[in-house]
Ligand binder design. Structure first.
Ligand code: CA
Length: 686
């Protein structure tokens, strides 16, 4: 189906728009700007290049230390918050946990409306990484949101009333939506997540006025006994072996999308395979197109124009769903239209965005799974043991990535990309008793993470790495680091940069900080009471520049870990020069004692409990050493060994909080074994 290039009667309006705005292009949508004056924040990545570089400079290196709080707004929900707010005509639109939508006044924080899509709490367990949402799209009076249970919803921007809603997934499968929709021309584009539990990835385009589906692009081939959906799927078939389609195959497009209106190309990043281990998914090898790839499509009909696969035949959860940023860079003496990505696998890619040809790729953190990316083939030169087929191996980066979903920012004046990175590794190994199971993490494969090392396999010395967070300033032309800051914790927020020569980022331990864009020297910080994952935004109303950031701890990492004494409800904090409202005071950690065994612990029962814990609980919970996060460390839970535990586990007592009910899946005897395991872990807490 071909979508008309222009809406009827839109030409004169567009011409007016062209004159009024600083657009350099002949884009045909009122929301599409190569450049912005930065007064409003209209697109997910601020501008079409997804630069997250605001031209505003009222707040700058000279005065940033006088930033103070103007107002805050409480979302009233205590789960992860990852949204980039959209700011238009004085209203800020954003999402919170369970895909709830908020519209508040951007100058005062006064609530205008909220919309709760009422996601059934039983859907919570379908997500790998908390019930988060990364924001809305706004276009011509409508606010678009993807709900966690797979609906795409259009709301009236004035009052939050629902205009239309359409189901984008098969709800019997573990699909979720956490990403922000993007509006291109007359279309709303949305993908989904679910590759951890076993689904076939895809993204789709819907008519932005009616919600009618226009096209769908699958990212991996389906059952080869059925006709392929298109040429791209036909071409991908020969890169797969075995019976991958029975496990979904994966490749979900759960976050990054960008659009070049001059080339009329939509860029979408795709995720890991289902299951992780290629030896299981596609046992005779193959690149497994289009896993862990950047896809360029014609948005009018969803036709694939080119692809670049960052991690062929992925076995490590090295998604390429990370931020896709567009830039025009002078490389080898000529101005080139490029896209840039720092996917989980630890290489920073600069790619010709017209052709998909690799220009350069270099490691931006410690990486050992591949030596380099071969320039000619565009493919990695892998470590011979990296596929953990014959032995367990320490792999860097790990499944959380050298960079995850947290957006980067590109300072156009400094020509530096600021990457919210981390330096981590994990010990990967094959699971010997794998059986496909959509209820289990890794499509039933568990984590593909082994305990211990096999003789003769290189191990990573902790001293080689920071095993911590890193804010990296990266020169994409020279492909090298300009500077970096080591950070205490690994799960820090997305980044904003401004032409006030500043870089803003929230941290896992609850601070919003400002750095000098040139050298990373810290110029300001404020404590906001709970961990921050979301990227800050800035805007200007009536001549005054505002800085806003959403707090709210959680996400995949935050379910199990925390770095503030307590976890508070998510909030919006908005700062101005000279703001004088009170900031939260650092909380004091409560004294916690591990539980005492309530019955005799037999090793055989604890071992059974360990297996069940790993299968059902370990996606969100820890037990034993560790802080616990949004989901508590169960070795400190007063419910262990009490009748309340069975009410929670088997009857769904805490389902309203998102804790699944395992009625019919876990027996009372198994519940007893899980508790025995938890008691055993509590005994050995250091
Ligand atoms: Ca994944």
């Amino acid at each position: 189906m071909v979508i008309p290039m222009l809406r009827k009667g839109s030409c004169s309006f567009l011409w007016l728009l062209f004159i009024l705005s600083s657009c350099q292009n002949s884009s045909n949508d009122s929301n599409i700007h190569w450049q912005t004056d930065g007064k409003e924040w209209l697109l997910h990545g601020l501008d079409l290049k997804d630069s997250r570089c605001s031209p505003l400079d009222q707040i700058n290196t000279e005065n940033v230390d006088s930033l103070g709080l103007l107002w805050s707004y409480d979302l009233g929900l205590k789960r992860g918050v990852e949204a980039t707010p959209i700011v238009s005509e004085g209203i800020m639109y954003f999402t919170g946990p369970w895909s709830k939508v908020f519209a508040i006044e951007a100058t005062t924080g006064k609530e205008v409306w909220t919309f709760d899509p009422e996601v059934p709490r039983s859907f919570g367990e379908k997500g790998c990484c908390d019930v988060v949402n990364r924001g809305v799209a706004l276009s011509e009076g409508k606010v678009y949101v993807g709900s966690f249970d797979g609906r795409l919803i259009a709301l009236n921007a004035e009052n939050g009333e629902k205009i239309w809603e359409t189901l984008t997934v098969d709800q019997s499968k573990p699909y979720t939506i956490t990403g922000a929709p993007r509006v291109i021309k007359d279309l709303v584009i949305i993908g989904n997540g679910g590759a951890e539990l076993g689904v076939r990835g895809y993204f789709s385009a819907y008519d932005k006025n009616t919600g009618e589906m226009r096209w769908r692009f699958y990212t991996v081939p389906g059952d080869p006994s059925q006709p392929a959906e298109n040429k791209a799927m036909q071409n991908a078939l020969s890169t797969w072996t075995g019976e991958w389609w029975k496990y979904g195959g994966g490749g979900t497009a759960w976050d990054a999308m960008s659009y070049d209106p001059e080339l009329n190309l939509l860029y979408v990043g795709t995720g890991n395979g289902s299951p992780w281990d290629r030896n299981k998914r596609s046992p005779d090898g193959g690149d497994n197109l289009y896993l862990s790839s950047i896809l360029a499509l014609n948005p009018d009909n969803g036709e694939l124009k080119w692809y670049y696969q960052t991690t062929p035949g992925d076995s490590w959860d090295f998604t390429a769903t990370q931020h896709i940023m567009l830039a025009d860079l002078e490389i080898d003496g000529k101005l080139q239209r490029v896209l840039m990505q720092a996917p989980k696998n630890g290489f920073f890619y600069v790619i010709n965005r017209e052709t998909g040809k690799l220009i350069s790729a270099e490691k931006f953190t410690y990486v050992n799974w591949a030596e380099k990316i071969d320039k000619t083939s565009g493919k990695p030169v892998e470590h011979p043991l990296a596929r953990y087929a014959s032995a367990n191996m320490d792999i860097a980066p790990n499944y959380d990535g050298a960079h995850n979903w947290h957006p980067m920012a590109y300072n156009t004046k400094r020509q530096l990309v600021y990457i919210p990175a981390r330096e981590t590794y994990s010990n990967y190994g094959k699971s010997l008793d794998w059986e496909y199971n959509t209820a289990g993490f890794g499509s039933g494969a568990g984590w593909n993470l082994a305990i211990g090392h096999d003789p003769g396999v290189p191990t990573i010395k902790d001293s080689l790495m920071s095993k911590k967070g890193k804010l990296i300033a990266w020169d994409p032309i020279a492909q090298k680091e300009a500077w970096h800051i080591d950070q205490e914790n690994v799960w820090n927020g997305g980044v904003l940069t401004t032409l006030g020569d500043l870089v803003f980022q929230g941290t896992a331990d609850g601070y919003i900080k400002a750095y000098h864009a040139s050298d990373g020297s810290q110029l300001w910080q404020a404590y906001l009471g709970t961990g921050i994952m979301a990227p800050p935004v800035t805007y200007m109303i009536d001549g005054r520049q505002y800085l806003s950031v959403l707090t709210g701890w959680g996400g995949g990492y935050g379910m199990k870990n925390k770095h503030t004494p307590t976890i508070e409800t998510g909030k919006v904090f908005t700062f101005v020069l000279g703001g004088d409202q009170k900031l939260p005071k650092p909380d004091v950690a409560q004294d916690r004692r591990p539980i005492k065994p309530k019955w005799e612990i037999y090793d055989y029962e604890a071992n059974i409990g360990a297996g069940l814990f790993n299968k059902y609980c370990a996606v969100c919970h820890v037990s034993g050493n560790g802080s616990g996060g949004v989901a508590p460390n169960l070795a400190y839970s007063p419910h262990i060994g009490s009748p309340t535990f069975d009410k929670i586990l088997l009857e769904g007592l805490l389902l309203p909080n998102g804790m699944p009910s395992y009625q019919g899946r876990i027996s009372e005897e198994e519940s007893h074994a899980i508790q025995t395991f938890i008691m055993a872990t509590a005994r050995v807490i250091k």
